[in-house]
Design a binder for this molecule. Structure first.
Ligand code: FES
Length: 153
């Protein structure tokens, strides 16, 4: 009887060890993925969950990558911003809603605030629908295209 109990405990320990290894493997895989993102961006850029952090060289993204995703969030000197590609046009705005500073996301052909649903024109940054004040607009950011790469101007 005593022997059987030891065997059961041994199996339980093995199961716990297995789960522990599983958690460690998952954490390791996540860390490698995160490092891969950092390495893949190169230059002075880093990638966080909320977008690209632009470095001192002001390089944001290759144009081809922007064309594919159509909207990329980035941050430069702590200003949350959004870069948009639409039918050959490239625009950038501070991504801070004029209502109460919420973040906007491109949904179809319109920028939509994720907090209370205000909408903005992705070409002009002008508020289309409240609760953002009528006539308000997202501050534009100057950008430039150099050798197929998008930079802050
Ligand atoms: S913060 Fe954007 S609609 Fe309220």
């Amino acid at each position: 009887m005593e022997t059987k109990r030891e065997v059961v405990m041994s199996k339980e320990i093995n199961r716990r060890q297995f789960l522990s290894y599983g958690v460690k493997v998952a954490i390791g895989a996540f860390a490698l993925t995160a490092c891969g993102d950092l390495l893949a961006l190169g230059q002075n850029r880093k990638k966080t969950l909320s977008g690209i952090v632009v470095g001192s060289d002001k390089f944001i993204v290759p144009l081809d990558e922007l064309k594919q995703s159509q909207a990329i969030s980035f941050k430069y000197k702590n200003t949350k911003s959004i870069l948009l590609y639409n039918d050959g046009e490239i625009r950038a705005f501070e991504n801070i809603c004029t209502h109460k500073d919420g973040p906007n996301r491109l949904e179809g052909n319109i920028l939509v605030c994720q907090w209370h649903g205000a909408t903005f024109d992705p070409l002009t940054g002008e508020a289309i629908k409240g609760p953002a004040p009528k006539g308000s607009r997202l501050p534009p950011i100057d950008i430039e295209l150099v050798d197929g790469k998008v930079y802050l101007a």
